[in-house]
Design a protein around this ligand. Structure first.
Ligand code: RI2
Length: 322
């Protein structure tokens, strides 16, 4: 039986898939707001049917961007609470209200987390620091903007971040706040690293061993920073922790279309050429100085334990959408 979903739900799914909505934190908030639309659109009167409807919509959302664990974690946050209400015999109205309340509370906690990360991270920035950023991370920008608000005299080198050029979003925000910024091509990081005091990057996932999954190019930046003895900090909310990495579940590295890298017409003339376009890479914890979360600054080896305490993952029900 084919299930239909509200049009506004499908347009958010498309926006996330096509990166009109992007950034791990934003993706998470958009996904569960879309789930709320599905809940509100349900016209049946059967509780079980409602639960199945929400679960199937969750699976569609999960397939939009496979790497940012903030999306499944946001769904876990809502579905844990929904299934608890269902099992306690809650009425259909109570189930809908639970979705509504848990979506709103996740959005609120995730926005508050950005503010707290800004406060903790800004303490690591000294007056006169030259900072390197990569891609476009709301968590990293929160730190830099807070440091600027604290009247620290800082400047930033921002990579353009091919192939989707998210660095251009970063320089627009920094410009709005009056932060002196230099835009560089990704391959110039080694050339400028001797001018950098600190590197700040965001996170799409933090694994059980403290490894970082982030925008492609982060691993190379980490190696170069290490070569120049420049500390690399990761700005990551606790809901960026990947609970199933504890069981050795392999992280999914999203591979996007070659058309993001080169035009199909150009490629069509090259019979022996193919394009690879991984959107993320993995950085070993040994290259990470510390992870800045909404509950403090931690060594990468400690962050997973802290994240588990804050998020209270239910390992017995890690895939509530099944
Ligand atoms: P915030 C982004 O991925 C970048 O990898 C960025 O570092 C990460 O999400 C975290 O972003 P994409 O959506 O949650 O641009 O800090 O593929 O905003």
């Amino acid at each position: 039986m084919s299930i239909s979903y509200p049009r506004d739900f499908m347009s958010i799914v498309d926006d996330i898939k096509k990166m009109r909505i992007r950034g791990a934190g934003r993706i998470a908030r958009a996904a569960i707001k879309a789930l709320k639309l599905v809940s509100e659109s349900f016209e049946g009167d059967d509780r079980e049917e409602f639960i199945e409807y929400i679960k199937s919509a969750s699976k569609i959302l999960l397939n939009t961007r496979p790497t940012a664990v903030s999306l499944p974690n946001a769904l876990r946050y809502v579905l844990f609470r929904l299934l608890e209400e269902y099992r306690s015999g809650g009425s259909l109205e109570a189930l809908k209200e639970t979705v509504n309340k848990s979506v709103n509370s996740f959005v609120k906690l995730s926005k508050n987390a950005l503010k707290k990360i800004g406060e903790y991270g800004a303490r690591l920035i000294d007056d006169g620091d030259v900072i390197l950023t990569h891609c476009n991370s709301a968590a990293v920008l929160s730190i830099i903007i807070k440091a600027k608000a604290d009247s620290k005299n800082i400047s930033v080198y921002a990579t353009e971040t091919r192939p989707r050029f998210q660095g251009r979003k970063t320089i627009k925000v920094l410009n709005k706040y009056g932060v002196r910024t230099t835009l560089i091509v990704d391959s110039a990081v080694g050339y400028f690293m001797n001018k950098i005091n600190k590197v700040f990057v965001g996170a799409d996932a933090i694994l059980a061993n403290g490894a970082l999954i982030n925008k492609i190019g982060t691993f190379s930046i980490a190696i170069i920073a290490n070569e120049f003895n420049v500390p690399l900090y990761v700005a990551a909310e606790t809901y960026k922790y990947s609970p199933d990495s504890l069981f050795g579940v392999k992280a999914k590295i999203e591979e996007r279309s070659p058309t993001e890298v080169i035009s199909p017409s150009f490629l069509s003339r090259l019979n022996y050429v193919k394009v690879r376009n991984p959107a993320f890479d993995i950085t070993s914890p040994r290259y990470i100085t510390a992870i800045i979360s909404e509950v403090g600054i931690y060594h990468p080896s400690v962050f997973p334990r802290v994240a588990e305490k804050i998020f209270k993952f239910r390992y017995s029900e890690l895939y509530p959408w099944e």
